[in-house]
Design a protein around this ligand. Sequence first.
Ligand SMILES: Cc1cc2nc3c(=O)[nH]c(=O)nc-3n(C[C@H](O)[C@H](O)[C@H](O)COP(=O)(O)OP(=O)(O)OC[C@H]3O[C@@H](n4cnc5c(N)ncnc54)[C@H](O)[C@@H]3O)c2cc1C
Length: 340
Amino acid sequence: MSIEISENYSLRPYNTFGIDVQARFFTRAYSHSDLNEAIAFAKSKNLEILVLGGGSNVLFTQDQNKVVVLNRLMGKQVEQENENNYFVGVGAGENWHEFVQTAIHNNWAGIENLSLIPGCVGAGPMQNIGAYGVELSDVLHSVEALNIHTNENHVFSLNECELGYRESIFKRKEKGNWIITKVNFELLKRPRFKVEYGAIQNELEKMNVDILSIEAVSQAVCQIRSSKLPDPKVLGNAGSFFKNPTITIAQYDQLKQIDEHVPFYPVSDLEVKVPAGYLIEKCGWKGKQIGSCGVHHLQALVLVNHGNAKGIELKNLSEEIIQSVHEKYAIKLEREVNLY
Ligand SMILES: Cc1cc2nc3c(=O)[nH]c(=O)nc-3n(C[C@H](O)[C@H](O)[C@H](O)COP(=O)(O)OP(=O)(O)OC[C@H]3O[C@@H](n4cnc5c(N)ncnc54)[C@H](O)[C@@H]3O)c2cc1C
């Protein structure tokens, strides 16, 4: 066996909430053959596998009686190009923001709005990462994955991934069945700027940008994100803890009777999205701290670990928030973060 396996290993450095739980077994995989060894080892112990990238979208509520595999399959290269696109293949273990920077450096457009999202490339399709008007689904070509039960390799086309708002086949029907090994992107040779969303335009003006470039958009996004979101290295968190609920226009009309100021973003002719952060804030949670757990003082959508919070305490806090939003607004918030 060539992979190194540690037993009863602390996962604290491997989740951005900084929760101190132990993995029964822990290993790092740098290649397909490492992954196959980890799978064989898990089978021999009759244990499940849990794959981690950067641990920036998980909340551990207990020790993990599993084989935890840190996916470190690397590599990023243009595999094909045509008149309009670069087709870029990226190993699942590559750091997402470093990949965005490589894309900007090489003039591969399409992911500049997704700058500074923590974590690894392989987790991107899990919840169809998105920010500032762009989602992974806008640039995804296909996803290569290894089946944990059959060792089959499969290439999921964009359609097969069933991507939705923070959703995918990997998070639903096929949960726990696949290890994503490589993500294939279809990036643009000529940028299509999306700057109307989330104050990017204002930020570009502040930066005195006259000629738009993907680099300028990325810098603006980084600037906005750093001013609004807590840095997990300083304050443990996993970004947005809840999804923004999508409701029907009829439900929104009822909501307005409770609070006429509730903002909304159109999703379709029939549905709108409501900012969960607004609802949570209006229920009085913004900036609250209970023991070591808290709700961030600038962004109520983000739960934080002020020190030695336990995962179960953060889960309980999230349940109280869900309940109070439901009582006030009759809307049931869903968690975006994956609980284990
Ligand atoms: C400060 C902050 C800001 C954030 N902002 C955003 C944002 O703007 N938009 C957004 O969408 N998200 C955001 N997130 C959430 C998070 O960064 C993303 O979801 C990211 O893609 C998670 O990557 P990761 O490698 O850390 O995944 P992990 O937390 O390691 O894993 C997340 C899930 O994916 C699974 N998984 C991971 N890698 C693989 C793989 N190779 N194969 C199969 N399953 C896998 C894990 O088992 C787990 O279920 C933010 C988080 C933080 C802390």
